[in-house]
Design a protein around this ligand. Structure first.
Ligand code: NAD
Length: 258
Protein backbone atom coordinates (compact mmCIF):
# COMPACT_ATOMS: atom_id res chain seq x y z
CA UNK A 1 0.00 0.00 0.00
CA UNK A 2 1.27 3.48 -0.76
CA UNK A 3 1.70 6.26 1.78
CA UNK A 4 -0.65 9.23 1.56
CA UNK A 5 0.65 11.67 4.20
CA UNK A 6 -2.04 10.86 6.75
CA UNK A 7 0.25 12.02 9.58
CA UNK A 8 1.87 14.97 7.83
CA UNK A 9 3.06 17.67 10.25
CA UNK A 10 2.84 15.39 13.31
CA UNK A 11 5.71 14.70 15.69
CA UNK A 12 5.51 11.20 17.20
CA UNK A 13 7.38 9.25 19.88
CA UNK A 14 7.19 5.43 19.82
CA UNK A 15 8.56 3.30 22.67
CA UNK A 16 10.09 -0.14 22.12
CA UNK A 17 10.54 0.91 18.48
CA UNK A 18 13.71 -1.06 17.89
CA UNK A 19 11.82 -4.31 17.21
CA UNK A 20 8.53 -5.90 16.22
CA UNK A 21 5.30 -3.90 16.48
CA UNK A 22 6.94 -0.62 17.58
CA UNK A 23 9.34 -0.80 14.66
CA UNK A 24 6.44 -1.44 12.27
CA UNK A 25 4.47 1.49 13.68
CA UNK A 26 7.48 3.84 13.54
CA UNK A 27 8.13 2.93 9.90
CA UNK A 28 4.48 3.44 8.87
CA UNK A 29 4.26 6.75 10.76
CA UNK A 30 7.41 8.03 9.01
CA UNK A 31 6.07 6.88 5.63
CA UNK A 32 2.82 8.75 6.36
CA UNK A 33 4.71 12.01 6.87
CA UNK A 34 5.30 12.11 10.66
CA UNK A 35 8.59 13.08 12.24
CA UNK A 36 9.24 10.04 14.43
CA UNK A 37 11.43 9.63 17.48
CA UNK A 38 12.22 5.91 17.61
CA UNK A 39 13.00 5.04 21.25
CA UNK A 40 14.04 1.79 22.89
CA UNK A 41 15.89 0.62 25.99
CA UNK A 42 18.33 -0.76 23.41
CA UNK A 43 19.51 2.52 21.90
CA UNK A 44 21.44 0.81 19.08
CA UNK A 45 18.29 -0.90 17.79
CA UNK A 46 16.44 2.45 17.94
CA UNK A 47 19.24 4.18 16.01
CA UNK A 48 19.28 1.53 13.25
CA UNK A 49 15.48 1.77 12.90
CA UNK A 50 15.56 5.57 12.79
CA UNK A 51 18.38 5.66 10.23
CA UNK A 52 16.41 3.35 7.92
CA UNK A 53 13.30 5.55 8.25
CA UNK A 54 15.25 8.83 7.95
CA UNK A 55 14.04 9.87 11.40
CA UNK A 56 15.32 10.39 14.96
CA UNK A 57 16.35 8.04 17.79
CA UNK A 58 16.85 8.05 21.56
CA UNK A 59 17.52 5.54 24.30
CA UNK A 60 14.50 5.39 26.61
CA UNK A 61 13.80 2.94 29.44
CA UNK A 62 10.04 3.24 29.99
CA UNK A 63 10.36 2.14 33.64
CA UNK A 64 12.55 5.13 34.53
CA UNK A 65 10.93 8.46 35.35
CA UNK A 66 14.29 10.19 34.79
CA UNK A 67 14.51 8.63 31.33
CA UNK A 68 11.06 10.03 30.47
CA UNK A 69 12.00 13.49 31.78
CA UNK A 70 15.04 13.45 29.49
CA UNK A 71 12.93 12.31 26.53
CA UNK A 72 10.40 15.11 27.11
CA UNK A 73 13.20 17.70 27.17
CA UNK A 74 14.75 16.16 24.04
CA UNK A 75 11.58 16.24 21.94
CA UNK A 76 10.79 19.79 22.99
CA UNK A 77 14.35 21.00 22.33
CA UNK A 78 15.14 19.15 19.12
CA UNK A 79 11.75 18.41 17.49
CA UNK A 80 9.76 21.40 18.79
CA UNK A 81 6.98 19.48 20.58
CA UNK A 82 4.92 16.27 20.44
CA UNK A 83 1.54 15.32 18.90
CA UNK A 84 1.57 11.51 19.14
CA UNK A 85 2.77 9.11 21.85
CA UNK A 86 2.70 5.36 21.23
CA UNK A 87 3.27 3.38 24.44
CA UNK A 88 4.32 0.10 22.84
CA UNK A 89 7.26 -1.30 24.86
CA UNK A 90 6.25 -4.48 26.64
CA UNK A 91 7.33 -7.93 27.70
CA UNK A 92 5.51 -11.21 28.18
CA UNK A 93 6.57 -13.35 31.12
CA UNK A 94 4.57 -16.59 31.01
CA UNK A 95 3.52 -18.10 34.32
CA UNK A 96 0.48 -18.91 36.44
CA UNK A 97 -0.23 -17.14 39.72
CA UNK A 98 1.61 -19.99 41.48
CA UNK A 99 4.76 -20.09 39.42
CA UNK A 100 5.24 -16.35 38.79
CA UNK A 101 7.68 -15.06 41.38
CA UNK A 102 7.20 -11.57 42.80
CA UNK A 103 10.16 -10.08 40.93
CA UNK A 104 8.77 -11.32 37.56
CA UNK A 105 5.33 -9.95 38.51
CA UNK A 106 6.81 -6.56 39.35
CA UNK A 107 8.99 -6.47 36.22
CA UNK A 108 5.95 -7.19 33.98
CA UNK A 109 3.97 -4.41 35.61
CA UNK A 110 6.94 -2.01 35.64
CA UNK A 111 7.35 -2.24 31.86
CA UNK A 112 3.80 -2.98 30.67
CA UNK A 113 1.87 -0.71 33.05
CA UNK A 114 4.15 1.75 34.88
CA UNK A 115 5.79 2.53 31.53
CA UNK A 116 2.44 3.61 30.06
CA UNK A 117 1.59 5.72 33.12
CA UNK A 118 5.02 7.41 33.13
CA UNK A 119 4.85 8.13 29.39
CA UNK A 120 1.45 9.80 29.63
CA UNK A 121 2.29 11.59 32.88
CA UNK A 122 5.56 12.96 31.50
CA UNK A 123 4.46 13.94 28.01
CA UNK A 124 0.81 14.97 28.19
CA UNK A 125 1.60 18.59 29.21
CA UNK A 126 3.87 18.97 26.18
CA UNK A 127 1.30 17.29 23.91
CA UNK A 128 -1.44 19.63 25.11
CA UNK A 129 0.83 22.62 24.49
CA UNK A 130 1.96 21.42 21.05
CA UNK A 131 -1.51 20.56 19.75
CA UNK A 132 -2.81 23.94 20.82
CA UNK A 133 0.11 25.85 19.31
CA UNK A 134 0.07 23.98 15.97
CA UNK A 135 -3.71 23.49 15.67
CA UNK A 136 -3.08 19.82 14.82
CA UNK A 137 -4.83 17.06 16.77
CA UNK A 138 -2.82 14.69 18.94
CA UNK A 139 -3.19 11.11 20.13
CA UNK A 140 -1.91 8.67 22.72
CA UNK A 141 -2.02 5.03 21.65
CA UNK A 142 -1.42 2.28 24.18
CA UNK A 143 -0.50 -1.17 22.88
CA UNK A 144 -2.32 -3.56 25.17
CA UNK A 145 -3.30 -7.11 24.08
CA UNK A 146 -6.27 -9.41 23.54
CA UNK A 147 -4.96 -10.79 26.84
CA UNK A 148 -6.62 -7.78 28.51
CA UNK A 149 -10.01 -9.30 27.64
CA UNK A 150 -9.33 -13.03 27.36
CA UNK A 151 -7.43 -14.52 30.30
CA UNK A 152 -5.21 -17.62 30.31
CA UNK A 153 -4.14 -19.69 33.30
CA UNK A 154 -0.51 -19.29 32.30
CA UNK A 155 -0.32 -15.50 31.82
CA UNK A 156 -1.11 -14.02 35.25
CA UNK A 157 1.19 -10.99 35.10
CA UNK A 158 0.59 -10.35 31.39
CA UNK A 159 -3.21 -10.53 31.76
CA UNK A 160 -3.12 -8.25 34.79
CA UNK A 161 -0.79 -5.60 33.35
CA UNK A 162 -2.51 -5.48 29.94
CA UNK A 163 -6.02 -5.28 31.49
CA UNK A 164 -4.84 -2.36 33.61
CA UNK A 165 -3.55 -0.57 30.50
CA UNK A 166 -6.97 -0.99 28.87
CA UNK A 167 -8.71 0.81 31.76
CA UNK A 168 -5.97 3.40 32.29
CA UNK A 169 -6.45 4.34 28.62
CA UNK A 170 -10.11 5.21 29.27
CA UNK A 171 -9.23 7.32 32.32
CA UNK A 172 -6.67 9.27 30.29
CA UNK A 173 -9.17 9.73 27.44
CA UNK A 174 -11.76 11.17 29.84
CA UNK A 175 -9.19 13.44 31.49
CA UNK A 176 -8.09 14.85 28.12
CA UNK A 177 -11.70 15.39 27.06
CA UNK A 178 -12.52 17.13 30.35
CA UNK A 179 -9.52 19.42 29.97
CA UNK A 180 -10.55 20.09 26.33
CA UNK A 181 -7.10 18.97 25.18
CA UNK A 182 -6.93 18.13 21.47
CA UNK A 183 -5.41 14.79 22.50
CA UNK A 184 -7.30 11.49 22.24
CA UNK A 185 -6.31 8.23 23.93
CA UNK A 186 -7.09 4.71 22.68
CA UNK A 187 -5.82 1.16 23.09
CA UNK A 188 -5.05 -1.59 20.59
CA UNK A 189 -5.44 -5.25 21.50
CA UNK A 190 -3.57 -7.61 19.19
CA UNK A 191 -3.48 -11.37 19.35
CA UNK A 192 -0.30 -13.23 18.30
CA UNK A 193 1.84 -11.06 16.02
CA UNK A 194 4.96 -12.51 14.41
CA UNK A 195 7.71 -10.72 16.35
CA UNK A 196 10.65 -11.80 18.57
CA UNK A 197 8.25 -11.66 21.57
CA UNK A 198 6.70 -14.92 20.34
CA UNK A 199 9.97 -16.68 21.21
CA UNK A 200 9.34 -15.96 24.90
CA UNK A 201 6.27 -18.20 24.59
CA UNK A 202 8.11 -20.89 22.63
CA UNK A 203 10.38 -22.11 25.47
CA UNK A 204 13.21 -22.83 23.02
CA UNK A 205 10.96 -24.34 20.32
CA UNK A 206 11.53 -23.39 16.69
CA UNK A 207 10.03 -19.94 15.86
CA UNK A 208 8.24 -21.09 12.70
CA UNK A 209 6.79 -24.16 14.40
CA UNK A 210 5.46 -21.92 17.17
CA UNK A 211 3.90 -19.50 14.64
CA UNK A 212 2.11 -22.41 12.93
CA UNK A 213 0.86 -23.75 16.26
CA UNK A 214 -0.48 -20.33 17.32
CA UNK A 215 -2.11 -19.78 13.91
CA UNK A 216 -4.36 -22.76 14.57
CA UNK A 217 -5.93 -20.84 17.51
CA UNK A 218 -6.89 -17.83 15.33
CA UNK A 219 -10.22 -18.03 13.44
CA UNK A 220 -8.72 -16.31 10.37
CA UNK A 221 -6.09 -19.07 10.30
CA UNK A 222 -2.86 -17.12 10.67
CA UNK A 223 -1.00 -14.98 13.20
CA UNK A 224 -0.78 -11.23 12.53
CA UNK A 225 2.10 -9.28 11.04
CA UNK A 226 3.36 -5.94 12.32
CA UNK A 227 1.57 -4.02 9.55
CA UNK A 228 -1.77 -5.42 10.74
CA UNK A 229 -1.17 -3.35 13.88
CA UNK A 230 0.66 -0.43 12.25
CA UNK A 231 -2.21 0.46 9.88
CA UNK A 232 -4.63 0.55 12.83
CA UNK A 233 -2.16 2.80 14.66
CA UNK A 234 -2.04 5.18 11.68
CA UNK A 235 -5.84 5.38 11.69
CA UNK A 236 -6.18 5.94 15.45
CA UNK A 237 -3.45 8.61 15.51
CA UNK A 238 -4.71 10.52 12.44
CA UNK A 239 -7.62 12.96 12.12
CA UNK A 240 -9.63 10.15 10.50
CA UNK A 241 -10.26 9.06 14.12
CA UNK A 242 -10.91 12.56 15.48
CA UNK A 243 -14.13 11.45 17.29
CA UNK A 244 -12.59 8.23 18.65
CA UNK A 245 -11.31 8.32 22.22
CA UNK A 246 -11.36 5.84 25.11
CA UNK A 247 -11.86 3.09 22.52
CA UNK A 248 -10.32 -0.39 22.38
CA UNK A 249 -9.56 -1.95 19.02
CA UNK A 250 -9.12 -5.71 18.82
CA UNK A 251 -6.76 -6.86 16.07
CA UNK A 252 -7.07 -10.56 16.63
CA UNK A 253 -8.28 -12.36 13.53
CA UNK A 254 -11.57 -13.04 15.34
CA UNK A 255 -10.06 -14.69 18.44
CA UNK A 256 -12.13 -12.81 21.03
CA UNK A 257 -15.32 -13.26 18.98
CA UNK A 258 -15.44 -16.95 19.93
P1 NAD B 1 9.39 -7.23 20.77
O1 NAD B 1 10.05 -8.04 21.81
O2 NAD B 1 9.64 -7.54 19.32
O3 NAD B 1 9.74 -5.68 20.99
C1 NAD B 1 9.65 -5.08 22.25
C2 NAD B 1 10.64 -3.93 22.29
O4 NAD B 1 10.51 -3.32 23.59
C3 NAD B 1 12.11 -4.39 22.17
O5 NAD B 1 12.78 -3.63 21.19
C4 NAD B 1 12.69 -4.14 23.57
O6 NAD B 1 14.08 -3.77 23.54
C5 NAD B 1 11.81 -3.00 24.05
N1 NAD B 1 11.80 -2.88 25.51
C6 NAD B 1 11.78 -3.88 26.45
N2 NAD B 1 11.84 -3.34 27.68
C7 NAD B 1 11.88 -2.00 27.53
C8 NAD B 1 11.94 -0.91 28.43
N3 NAD B 1 12.02 -1.09 29.76
N4 NAD B 1 11.96 0.36 27.92
C9 NAD B 1 11.90 0.55 26.58
N5 NAD B 1 11.87 -0.44 25.68
C10 NAD B 1 11.84 -1.69 26.15
O7 NAD B 1 7.83 -7.31 21.11
P2 NAD B 1 6.52 -6.95 20.27
O8 NAD B 1 5.84 -8.21 19.94
O9 NAD B 1 6.84 -5.98 19.21
O10 NAD B 1 5.65 -6.25 21.41
C11 NAD B 1 5.34 -4.87 21.40
C12 NAD B 1 4.09 -4.66 22.24
O11 NAD B 1 3.00 -5.37 21.66
C13 NAD B 1 4.21 -5.15 23.68
O12 NAD B 1 3.58 -4.25 24.54
C14 NAD B 1 3.46 -6.47 23.64
O13 NAD B 1 2.94 -6.84 24.90
C15 NAD B 1 2.37 -6.14 22.66
N6 NAD B 1 1.76 -7.32 22.04
C16 NAD B 1 2.50 -8.20 21.31
C17 NAD B 1 1.89 -9.32 20.76
C18 NAD B 1 2.67 -10.33 19.98
O14 NAD B 1 2.13 -11.45 19.75
N7 NAD B 1 3.87 -10.04 19.48
C19 NAD B 1 0.53 -9.54 20.98
C20 NAD B 1 -0.20 -8.61 21.73
C21 NAD B 1 0.42 -7.50 22.25
Amino acid sequence: MTATGRLAGRIALVTGAGSGIGLGIGRRFAAEGATVLFTDIDGDKARIAAAEAGSHAATLDVTSEASWTEAAALVERTLGGLHILVNNAGICVPGSVEDTDFSAWRRSHAINLDGVFLGCHSLLPLMAKTTEATDLGGAILNISSVSAMVASANFASYNSSKAAVRHLTKSIALHCAKQRYAVRCNSIHPTFIDTPLIDTLAKGADHQAMIEKLARQVPIGRVGDTDDVAWAAVYLCSDEAKFVTGAELLIDGGLAAK
